[in-house]
Write a protein that binds this ligand. Structure first.
Ligand code: PEP
Ligand code: MN
Length: 367
C-alpha cells in the first residue's frame, strides 16, 4: 500500500521532552495507592525524570486480576503533577478514558498494544481526541503487523493529532524466547525508515518481561537511534500489583540511565557519520541474529529428517535432491544480488553440517 505522509510536530516541540537522548517516560505499571504514586513520582523527579507514567485502566488476560484503580488514580497523578511539576501520562483504551484524562489534565496518552490491534477502538479514541492538542504515543499491535500499526497512526493523524509518536514494546509470539515479547527489530527499523520524523520510543519493560534484560534492550534501542524509552519503575517492585518482575526501583533506573547505558551521539567531529555507522552496525547485528536463528531452525528440521530416514531405513545422501536444492538457492540468491560462488560456498557448508548431524543420528541407531 502507498505510503501516506503523516503531518508531525517534532518531539522536542511538544513542550515535555528535551535533548539529549533518551527522552524518558517512567513510572509504575499501575497506579495502586496515592502513597505509591506520590512516593515513586517524587523519587523519579529527584534525578530528572519529567514525564511520569502510571496505568489507570489495565488490560488483563484473566478476569478477576487487578484491573487498575480507575478515576481515583487520575486524582493522585494530578497531585503529582501539581506538587512535583511532572507531566503525567497514561494509557487510554476507550472514548471514556480519553474524556477522563482530559478532565484531569493528563499531558500525554498512549494506546496499548491490544488497542492498536483494534481499528474500531482506535477510531473511537481518535474521534474523542479531535481538536485537542494532547500528544499521543501508539504502541505496536500485539501481532507483528506493520500496516495495522501505521493504520492507527493514520487514524489519529486524520483526527488532527500531530504530536504523534510510537512505542515499540515487542510482539506476542508462541515461540519460546528469552523475552516476554519478541523485539522483531526489523519491523521497527522499517517503520523508522518509512517515517524518519516520527518520534520513536522503546518500552524495554514490556519487551523484556524481566528487569534483567532492561539494560540490553535500552542500549540496543539507543544504538538504533531511537529517541525515547518508556520504563516501568515502582517504589517497591516486589509489592507491585501488576508486572512486578519487570519494574525497577527509581534508584535502579537512575543507575541504568546514568551509568549503564551509553548514548553514542554527537561526540565526534562528524556526528552524522558516527550516528549512521552505529545505526548501521546495530542493523547488521540484528540481521546476524536472524541468520543464526534461521540456521538453528534449519538444523532442527534437518535432524527431524535424520530421524525419519533412520526409522525408515533410508540413506542420508540423495545427490539429486541436493543438486536441485543448490540450483534453486543459487537462482533465488542471484535475484537478491548475491554472487553464485558465494551462495554455493555458503550452502555447501550448510549441507555438510546437516549431513554430519544426520550421520550422528543414524550411527546412533547402530549402537
Ligand atoms: C503498559 O504499558 O502498562 C501496558 C499494558 O503495555 P502493553 O500495551 O505494551 O502491554
Ligand atoms: Mn505493565
Amino acid at each position: 500500500m502507498a505510503n501516506k505522509n503523516l503531518e508531525l510536530i517534532p518531539l522536542y516541540e511538544w513542550g515535555m521532552f528535551t535533548e539529549p537522548r533518551p527522552s524518558v517516560i517512567a513510572g509504575p505499571c499501575s497506579a495502586e495507592t496515592e502513597e505509591q504514586v506520590m512516593q515513586t513520582a517524587a523519587q523519579l523527579k529527584e534525578f530528572g525524570i519529567n514525564v511520569f507514567r502510571a496505568g489507570i485502566w489495565k488490560p488483563r488476560t484473566h478476569p478477576g486480576c487487578f484491573e487498575g484503580v480507575g478515576t481515583p488514580g487520575l486524582k493522585w497523578m494530578q497531585r503529582a503533577k501539581r506538587e512535583l511539576g511532572l507531566k503525567i501520562a497514561t494509557e487510554v483504551a476507550s472514548e471514556k478514558h480519553v474524556f477522563e484524562c482530559l478532565k484531569y489534565g493528563v499531558d500525554l496518552v498512549w494506546l496499548g498494544a491490544r488497542t492498536t490491534a483494534n481499528p474500531f477502538l482506535v477510531q473511537e479514541i481518535a474521534d474523542a481526541l479531535k481538536d485537542t492538542d494532547i500528544p499521543v504515543l501508539v504502541k505496536n499491535p500485539v501481532n507483528p503487523d506493520l500496516d495495522l500499526w501505521i493504520g492507527a497512526l493514520e487514524r489519529l493523524n486524520r483526527a488532527g493529532i500531530k504530536k504523534l509518536g510510537v512505542i515499540h514494546r515487542g510482539f506476542s509470539t508462541s515461540d519460546k524466547i528469552k523475552y516476554r515479547n519478541n523485539p522483531d527489530w526489523q519491523i521497527a527499523i522499517e517503520l523508522r525508515s518509512r517515517y524518519p520524523q516520527l518520534p520513536f520510543f522503546v518500552d524495554p519493560s514490556h519487551m523484556a518481561g524481566s528487569r534483567d534484560y532492561i539494560r540490553e534492550i535500552s542500549q540496543r534501542s539507543l544504538d538504533l537511534g531511537f529517541e525515547g524509552l518508556m520504563i516501568e519503575s515502582h517504589c517497591d517492585p516486589s509489592c507491585a500489583l501488576s508486572d512486578a518482575k519487570q519494574q525497577l526501583t527509581p534508584a535502579q533506573l537512575e543507575d541504568l540511565l546514568y551509568n549503564q547505558i551509553t548514548v553514542r551521539d554527537a561526540d565526534s567531529d562528524s556526528p552524522q557519520w558516527k550516528d549512521n555507522i552505529d545505526q548501521l552496525r546495530a542493523k547488521i547485528d540484528i540481521i546476524d541474529e536472524n541468520i543464526l536463528y534461521a540456521l538453528g531452525s534449519r538444523m532442527k528440521v534437518s535432524r527431524q529428517i535424520g530421524e525419519y530416514k533412520k526409522n525408515n531405513n533410508i540413506a542420508i545422501l540423495q545427490a539429486s535432491r541436493w543438486d536441485a536444492v543448490l540450483e534453486q538457492v543459487v537462482a533465488k540468491g542471484m535475484e537478491y544480488g548475491l554472487d553464485e560462488k558465494f551462495i554455493t560456498t555458503v550452502f555447501n557448508a550448510i549441507h555438510e553440517a546437516s549431513v554430519e548431524a544426520q550421520n550422528e543420528i543414524l550411527s546412533g541407531s547402530q549402537n
